[in-house]
Design a protein around this ligand. Structure first.
Ligand code: CMC
Length: 389
């Protein structure tokens, strides 16, 4: 039996494993605070409700990167930088317009973000002087990547980014080929604000873990995209829409209560519900719920909201589980005409601000992230030659 003298870790008698690192505090951060009992979310001092009512996504980016809000000159400078950085390197654009049209958009996005490292003149040097401009560049390019691939796969001409307008406006323009109205831009901007940052979720933890090895910011973002893609994390929004579209097949009178109960009886998870930290309604969900109601009525898809409410009430009464951010965001994106398999890409477009904020925070006070595992396998087995096994 060996005990690590430095940590006191005993490989034989380690007392307790927090499966899923439940309840483990791994870092201190100024980026966000969550009170899961009362459903409170704060980004760098500001309540999510305050930001949802007043901020723009660009102001939230500045906040997450600098721990304070910008003055008007700083905001204008950031907007100008983001606009300047929207164009993609030709090789990346060529990839986006020649890859398999059936490819998963998140996989394409992940590959394209990793390619951006090749075109960084500093070659991804781990230098705190460079992190801000790298964060701005990746944040500016992700919407261009998503829109370019989506247009290509649908046989449409790829559109160059605008040299003006907000991230939300430019993205909708590049995606749809026409300038969005004020309401559509506002809806997209609010979605970007609500998804920007969220404590030590799986993708942010991944981003920080990669940073802690002193690898570059592109590797960190690429790894984080991989973590976000999973259906237990950011991939849940696409999965929610799949569920709602399953209901749609049964017609407008589909019974969402029976549908939910049946899934629960089969021990299936209902996507868009439950959370490791929130034990009440996700505060982001309240804003999305309001938008989902208004938009589904506006677009003549009231049944989506009705089914959502039936599912919500059934989950509450059967399991006492509340919806998370992904539940109503699915209906919002659907109502503004976005394809379900792009929903997690849009989550990425926003969360890149949080990941890169955490990257800078980790780099400024770094230590390699290296937890331990309890070995439960066998030891000292005799070697058996291959033809005797
Ligand atoms: N549907 C049905 N039962 C659920 C659900 C759900 N969506 N979520 C949790 N439960 C049950 C689960 O079966 C378990 O029951 P029991 O104790 O009887 O076995 C109990 O609640 C605790 O669940 P858990 O899976 O141990 O909780 P966790 O903290 O490990 O997982 C979660 C959290 C988000 C992965 C989980 O709630 C889940 O799988 N939800 C569905 C996927 C989803 O919507 N993910 C998005 C998360 S929020 C946005 C983001 O961060 O990306």
């Amino acid at each position: 039996m060996s005990t690590d003298l430095h940590t006191g870790f005993d490989e034989q008698q380690y007392p307790h494993i927090n499966k899923g690192l439940d309840g483990i505090v791994a870092f201190s951060t100024t980026k966000s605070f969550i009170d899961g009992a009362i459903g409170e979310l704060i980004y760098a001092g500001y309540s999510i409700d305050t930001l949802a009512e007043n901020a723009t996504f660009e102001e939230v980016c500045f906040l997450l990167w600098n721990d304070r809000l910008p003055n008007s000159e700083e905001l204008a400078a950031l907007q100008a930088e983001l606009i300047k950085e929207r164009n993609l390197p030709e090789v990346v654009l060529n990839y986006l317009t020649s890859t398999d049209k059936e490819a998963e958009p998140m996989a394409v996005l992940q590959s394209a973000v990793s390619m951006l490292a090749d075109f960084d003149p500093t070659k991804g040097k781990f230098d705190s002087e460079l992190f801000m401009s790298q964060a701005i560049s990746i944040t500016a390019k992700i919407p261009s990547i998503i829109a370019s691939f989506d247009r290509y796969r649908h046989g449409k001409e790829v559109i160059a980014p605008l040299d003006s307008g907000s991230t939300a406006f430019n993205f909708l323009y590049m995606l749809n080929g026409e300038e969005p109205g004020t309401q559509a831009e506002k809806t997209m901007d609010l979605c970007l604000i609500l998804h920007a940052e969220h404590g030590m979720n799986a993708s942010t933890f991944t981003a920080r873990t990669v940073c802690a090895t002193m690898s570059d910011i592109y590797s960190s973002a690429t790894a984080a995209i991989g973590a976000l893609k999973g259906p237990l994390h950011g991939g849940a929004n696409t999965a929610v829409m799949k569920t709602l579209l399953e209901l749609e097949k049964e017609g407008k009178d589909a019974d969402a209560v029976a549908f939910t109960k049946k899934k629960l009886a089969n021990k299936e998870k209902i996507m868009g519900f439950g959370h490791r930290v929130y034990k009440t309604f996700d505060p982001r969900g309240r804003h999305l719920q309001k938008m989902a109601k208004a938009l589904s009525e506006e677009t003549g898809h009231e049944e989506l909201y009705r089914w959502s409410m039936d599912m919500l009430n059934t989950m509450k009464s059967e399991k006492n589980i509340d919806p998370n951010v992904d539940f109503f965001s699915a209906t919002v994106y659907y109502s503004i005409g976005i394809q379900p398999d792009l929903y997690t890409c849009i989550f990425t477009m926003s969360r890149i601000s949080g990941w890169t904020g955490h990257f800078m925070e980790q780099a400024a006070n770094n230590r390699l992230i290296r937890p331990r595992a309890l070995y439960v396998g066998e030891k000292n087995l005799p070697w058996v030659s291959v033809d005797e096994r």
